[in-house]
Design a protein around this ligand. Structure first.
Ligand code: MLT
Length: 358
């Protein structure tokens, strides 16, 4: 597939390395950002995930597509959902999975990141799943690994979280259909520190979404956000009015410097999503959240657990989307879901269950 990539605008990574995610045939080699990938590529990821969702609904949830491949989870920052769903996705594809616990690895003893990478590479692995608190870390690693290795960004600093954005697109498509041009989407909360919001906005734009709104206090909006083609609101009820999709974000306090908010109570008073406030949106609105959720800070339990919430579906779909991306970057065929379930491979593929920092 030849990808019609658009020129990216994100200043964090720089223009020189933006297109390293595609090989010379326009196929996905690394998955680092949703920015710059065309609608054909994003739709191909969603279609591939659809066939894996069927597999995940079957009694035996395993296919042999990545048998013999070794996938390394390289998490420099805490994670529960993302790391475990990547691990489960790799196991369902029959890959061997290695979890490197960075807290106890040689990196914490002073070894440089590049030395750590070279040592892991020497173990003949095929893919790195990378989470790092520095923006650009996944691009850096992709630029330094051996040519046979693919890198998937599982979240880098404030920059990007592309598999989260794609599982969100998948959840929306499953609930609202393929035509994003009919949709009004509202993203509410700490946009400033959110790699999820950035990756979502790029994906929404590429998928030709009708309207994307961001709703936050001014202190939690990045400078120049309007250049991303979104409409800005500082009032929650006005922002979610007639929305088809409301995406709530956590206050990412670990990335905040200085006092950006008076208090969590005041934030909840103005921006907390309650059942009462949700009435401003369409009757069939879906409520999403990438997790972890903070009940009583950005969302009320009645909404998080209520009929309009698809938050747990997002987690389930994350496995299918990650299976799709892993298969695509390693150049495997999309499975014929009626045929490929593998009943023979029931072994535990994890080499190091004790690792991980979640
Ligand atoms: C992330 O990794 O960015 C999460 O999925 C969202 C969050 O931490 O709030």
């Amino acid at each position: 597939m030849v990808n019609k990539a658009s020129k990216p605008t994100d200043p964090i990574i720089g223009l020189d390395t933006w297109n390293i995610q595609l090989d010379q045939n326009g196929q996905l080699k690394h998955f680092l950002t949703t920015e710059g990938l065309g609608s054909e590529m994003l739709t191909h990821i969603l279609d591939t995930a659809e066939s894996f969702a069927n597999i995940n609904d079957q009694r035996v949830k395993k296919v042999p597509l990545l048998r013999g491949k070794t996938i390394v989870n390289l998490f420099f920052e805490a994670s529960t959902r993302t790391r475990t769903t990547f691990e489960l996705a790799a196991k369902r594809l029959s890959a061997d999975v290695l979890n490197i616990n960075i807290n106890t690895s040689a990196t914490s003893k002073g070894e440089t990141l590049l030395d750590t990478l070279q040592n892991i590479q020497a173990m003949q692995c095929d893919m790195f799943i990378v989470r790092h608190n520095d923006s650009g870390a996944a691009h850096f690693i992709a630029n330094h690994v051996a040519p046979n290795i693919s890198v998937i960004n599982a979240g880098d600093g404030w920059h990007a979280h592309p598999t989260q954005a794609m599982l969100d697109m998948f959840t929306i498509r499953r609930n609202k259909g393929n035509d994003f041009s009919r949709l009004r989407v509202a993203i509410v909360g700490d946009i400033l520190h959110s790699r999820v919001a950035r990756s979502q906005i790029h994906a929404f734009n590429t998928l030709n979404t009708g309207e994307v709104r961001v709703i936050a206090p001014k202190t939690l909006l990045p400078v120049g956000i309007e250049d991303m083609g979104v409409n800005i609101f500082t009032d929650l009820e006005a922002g979610i009015e007639d929305a088809d999709v409301v995406i709530m974000l956590r206050l990412q306090k670990e990335r905040m410097q200085g006092a950006l908010l008076p208090s969590e109570q005041e934030y909840y008073r103005l921006y907390g999503l309650t059942s009462q406030r949700l009435r401003a949106a369409k009757d069939d609105v879906i409520v999403m959240h990438p997790g972890p959720i903070n009940r009583g800070v950005e969302i009320d339990s009645c909404v998080a657990d209520g009929a309009r919430s698809v938050i747990l579906d997002q987690v389930s779909y994350g496995i299918s989307v990650r299976m799709a991306v892993m298969t695509m970057v390693l150049g495997r065929e999309i499975p014929d879901t009626n045929r490929v379930t593998d009943n023979t491979s029931q072994t535990d593929n994890t080499k190091d269950q004790s690792g991980g920092i979640a």
